[in-house]
Design a protein around this ligand. Structure first.
Ligand code: GA4
Length: 334
């Protein structure tokens, strides 16, 4: 009998096979936002994977570095100090290991924050209270939201939608439901060598919003599910990290707006055994009352929506009743 000295702290966190070099997704689509052709490349990547990397975005490395070093400083505080910035639910603030409301656990700690109409952290989020950290996050959020807007405009162009702001307006309109998340995945050395396993940092899921824009400190861990696992199954591949780039995920709402043409990408994070990973994710969601249904311009003649009608508010409410790995769109499929 093999007895695993499973450290008690990880006993409620599922294990994943540690990624090896053969899992690396070298073919991740790269879109240079500063070049012509970006719109077509984005549409192509969204149709194939629901995922791509953005370079040529114009965000200053200083903005990224400042936010990152302030985040590192925040997470290096004593646990009691961090706990004062929580709990994450309801509705925003610091959280550790627990994800959502239905028992999902991951090897991470995080800040879940609301973004207001002017692309700053909402005043309703008292945490983080440190002025330098807040200022650095506000600068970063304003910059990343601009990237999200440019990406959504390019998507509309690539899809041949006449009004360039059809998609981007959904995340800039008054009352848009934008969320920002800072994740810290400490290394999990206890699992080193343990049958090639790593702790789950953030379990597999799709994002409910339109798009998510991620930037990390260059520590690997992000994986996406791509088609091609054989017999219609998906294959998990590791996304080579790049601290100078952004990574964009298509979310469930954008899949519906395009009537399934864009794929909402399943992704997860595997903890690194040696290095900590810090990531920032901006989630672009529409106002709660926004109707989520295929855009008429994208429906071919006689083509019907694959989904029942719903608003973003209804979808979000339903999402919070699910477990992370559930197929949230299934209950809205016709
Ligand atoms: C996934 C995307 C965002 O991180 C998030 C997550 C949210 C949470 O952590 O509170 C959810 C998850 C996310 C989807 C299903 C529900 C809600 C945890 C969970 C189990 C902030 C979001 O908007 O949806």
């Amino acid at each position: 009998m093999v007895v695993l000295a499973n450290p008690p702290v990880v006993d409620q966190i599922p294990l994943l096979r540690s990624p090896g070099p053969r899992d690396s997704f070298a073919a991740v689509p790269v879109v240079d936002l500063s070049r012509p052709g970006a719109a077509r490349a984005i549409v192509d990547a969204c149709e194939r994977f629901g995922f791509f990397k953005v370079v040529g975005h114009g965000v200053s490395p200083d903005t990224m570095d400042r936010a990152e070093s302030e985040a590192v400083r925040f997470f290096a505080q004593a646990q009691a100090d961090k706990d004062r910035a929580g709990p994450a639910y309801p509705p925003f603030g610091y959280g550790s290991k627990r994800i959502g409301l239905n028992g999902d656990m991951g090897w991470l700690e995080y800040l879940l924050l609301a973004v207001d109409d002017s692309a700053s952290l909402s005043d309703s989020c008292a945490a983080p209270s440190n002025a330098a950290f807040r200022a650095a996050l506000n600068e970063y959020v304003a910059a990343v939201r601009k990237v999200a807007v440019r990406v959504l405009e390019a998507m509309a162009e690539g899809l041949g939608i006449a009004a360039a702001d059809t998609l981007s307006a959904m995340v800039t309109e008054q009352g848009s439901d934008q969320v920002f998340r800072v994740n810290h995945y400490p290394p999990c050395p206890a699992l080193q060598g343990l049958l090639g396993c790593s702790a789950t940092g953030f379990g597999e899921h799709t994002d409910p919003q339109l798009i998510s824009v991620l930037r990390s400190n260059g520590t690997s861990g992000l994986q996406i599910a791509i088609p091609g696992g054989g017999a219609g199954a998906a294959r998990w591949v590791s996304v080579p990290s790049d601290r100078d780039a952004f990574f964009v995920n298509v979310g469930d709402s954008l899949q519906v707006l395009t009537n399934g043409r864009f794929r909402s990408v399943k992704h997860r994070v595997v903890t690194n055994s040696l290095k900590s990973r810090v990531s920032f994710i901006y989630f672009g969601g529409p106002p709660l009352a926004q109707r989520i249904a295929p855009l008429p311009e994208l429906l071919g003649e006689g083509e019907e929506s694959l989904y029942k009608e719903f608003t973003w508010g209804e979808y979000k409410k339903a999402a919070y009743k699910t477990r992370l790995g559930d197929n949230r769109l299934a209950q809205f499929e016709k």
